[in-house]
Design a protein around this ligand. Sequence first.
Ligand code: DLL
Length: 462
Amino acid sequence: MFASAFGADCVTVKINRKGTKPMNYWNKDIECAPRSELEALQSYRLANTVRRVYENVAPYRAKMDAAGVRPEDIKSIADLSKLPFTVKQDLRDNYPYGMFAVPASEVVRVHASSGTTGKQTVVGYTAKDIDIWAECAARALVNVGGTKDDYVHVSYGYGLFTGGLGMHYGAEKLGATAIPASAGNSMRQLEMFRDFGSSIICMTPSYAISLIELMQEKGFKKSDFKLKAGLFGAEPWTEEMRRQIEEGLGLKAYDLYGLSEIMGPSVSAECVCQAGMHICEDHFIPEIIDPDTLEVLPAGQQGELVFTCITKEAMPLIRYRTRDIASLVYDKCECGRTLVRMLKPQGRTDDMLIIRGVNVFPSQIEAALLSVDEKATNYLLEVNRVNNLDTLEVQLETRPDMFGDDVKTLENYKKRVKAAIDSAIGVGVSIKLLEPKTLARSMGKAVRVKDNREIKNKFEKK
Ligand code: DLL
């Protein structure tokens, strides 16, 4: 049944690309498929993938043997929970190519994670993997109103990071004009927005905020640009930041999610409803688990997001624990897509700070901060242990427009920020106001936490 509907195992593009009218979907058959058909397709692809990894990837064969699972035990998605999990350490242990399921002659590209939390991890792609990735990125662009008339300005970094090339290939697949700006040289970015007619931008939300700052400094107005939409991701961001970016750049801001181990940007992306990111479920099966018990949680509950790749050729990961905290919504979206939505990740289990026994996510602090002052986007959280007691200091940059304020007003501002954060996280923090422009600006993922303690948190041991 699914073979006729979806052309079996190949990517099908069934839209009329001759017109330049806004398209609703890139691949309607898949994006709006009845769940029963989608699940039949997932089951078929899952069984094939598990057989392939068992035959070709020694670490998977060893894991499955140890768990007593044979490829023939996996007949449908109902059997998924029989399979062992994969964690980042598995990729490190088999660095660089030990998790690949195809010979080197089939691999056409590698990317790698930044390695800030340990040895970098390498991922590989066959030509078909790259094509599927481009399809997912084209879907993301169409989700937010992209057409072949658009100028897609990509300010994610190009290189081993997946952001730049991932969205670039998506733009080309769509037939739009890709502008491979990459990150950095911020003044030039603004000039290009203006001169090249950039209409859809792709960058980290923190970089968008720093461009807005520069616009104000250099006298650019949003009416100088023709921006209509932006796909922002690679790091957590809040609804308050969304409002600020929309207002500052004069566009609609959408969330874009992905991770290099699974593919890169466009594992999921928001649609115009801005109500969660549709996961490309025909390629990746999501699950939500309890990170402590490892039990699968029912739909709607928040927990750790896990993905299984079901079409990847070069490096299909099975039940990969992302460490991202999210939840899934299976209701049909108003846009007509049936693909499950993941709600904004609330941080990562390994970002989570434990302050005097209380679990604290940096995103909670950011939301509290922005609820007091929506321009307070430049901050750093510094954690220390003093006399065996954890302390959390929120270092917050002031802005030149605050200089007119007297000491009493600034003290009052500090008090309001502290009260909002204390009540949001249930732990007392201290606030330190810094001179304007003291903190480093990011062009990629922003660094928001400096944890100086030796023992950081319990999830790192798993
Ligand atoms: O950040 C891929 C990407 C590029 C996604 C461009 C979106 C846009 P990694 O460097 O492997 O890959 O980092 C993946 O970043 O596990 C999340 O913790 C975080 N992340 C990515 N997108 C979002 C998002 C890319 N929209 C890790 N919201 C993931 C929150 C995100 N966190």
